[in-house]
Design a protein around this ligand. Structure first.
Ligand code: HH2
Length: 283
């Protein structure tokens, strides 16, 4: 199959999507993220990792200050800003790639945009704080609209759907409407089915299998499959041993129409997805 082409605008940056798979490197300034918790709370360590990911081929850097792993305790906006601001202050001036802020909180998003972040990665898909969409529009920022059922604290307590793909599509449509009605232009929006967010392994595999139906919504698709437990659990792989399964899942997502890949291991994904990209361009 071929991926639909899009031009994504993010602040002064332009990303041509469709031919080459794009990578969003994950940088968690948290003590408790499921795979890299505690490693990048220190801004000096965060800077080393950010530059490494850029050198390895990341096209976007995603900075987060609150773990969203199942059961994670929520943190206050004040604490989240306290974690991410020093990291943003340090990395944004030296990076050549756009930086996104992974948050659901208005005050955190605003603080990050003030530091020069140009994308808000909202795991509630603008269906949380009603003021978020307008604020993003006012700043001229871009947005990742992710689907989540419930909240991180409770989302894995028996998630259920009648038809998971259909329900995720309908919810993403609501998120798109919220974004467009607030004045966020079409070329500043990405959509994401939210692997692992209020979904069983079967739900996640159905969404991966039918990702073309998410892509058919007419917006570029971002996926976060990297080190996710549904890829590791059935093989009994701990988070730090899930590189191979993450690469396999990302390649399958590329083939089904995904444009951007939120990953922890940038270099390995770049090489693997280069093969998928070549395959999709071949006759
Ligand atoms: N996954 C995580 C966090 N943010 N954002 C988007 N758009 N899509 C995702 O799939 C996604 C996301 C969870 O991964 P991670 O940041 O590594 O862990 P934690 O939430 O524990 O910090």
């Amino acid at each position: 199959m071929t991926r639909l082409p899009y031009l994504l605008e993010a602040g002064p940056f332009r990303l041509q999507l469709g031919v080459e798979s794009k990578l969003m490197g994950v940088l968690n300034a948290t003590p408790d993220s499921f795979s890299d918790g505690g490693l990048y709370l220190d801004p000096a360590q965060a800077e080393i990792q950010a530059v490494r990911m850029q050198d390895e081929g990341a096209h976007i850097l995603d900075v987060g200050g609150e773990s969203t792993r199942p059961g994670a305790k929520p943190v206050s906006a004040r604490e989240e800003v306290r974690r991410v601001r020093p990291v943003l202050k340090r990395v944004i001036p030296i990076l050549k790639i756009p930086v996104s802020i992974d948050t659901t909180k208005l005050d955190v998003a605003k603080a990050a945009l003030d530091e020069g972040a140009v994308i808000v990665n909202d795991i509630r898909g603008l269906l949380g704080d009603k003021k978020m969409a307008r604020m993003i529009a006012r700043y001229g920022a871009s947005v990742v609209l992710m689907h989540m059922k419930g909240t991180p604290r409770t989302m894995q307590r028996r998630p259920s759907y009648r038809q998971v793909v259909r329900e995720v599509v309908l919810s993403l449509k609501k998120s798109i409407t919220a974004a467009r009605e607030a004045g966020i232009p079409k070329n500043r929006i990405l959509i994401d089915p939210g692997f692992g967010f209020g979904k069983t392994a079967d739900h996640n595999f159905s969404l991966l299998r039918h990702l073309d139906r998410i892509a058919a919504l007419g917006y570029p698709v971002l996926v976060g499959l990297s080190r996710k437990s549904f890829l590791g659990n059935f093989l009994e792989l701990a988070a730090d041993r899930r590189l191979g399964v993450s690469l396999a899942a990302s390649v399958m997502a590329a083939e089904r129409g995904s444009h951007v890949f939120r990953v922890h291991d940038v270099g390995e994904h770049r090489k693997c997805l280069a093969v998928a990209d070549r395959l999709m361009q071949s006759q």
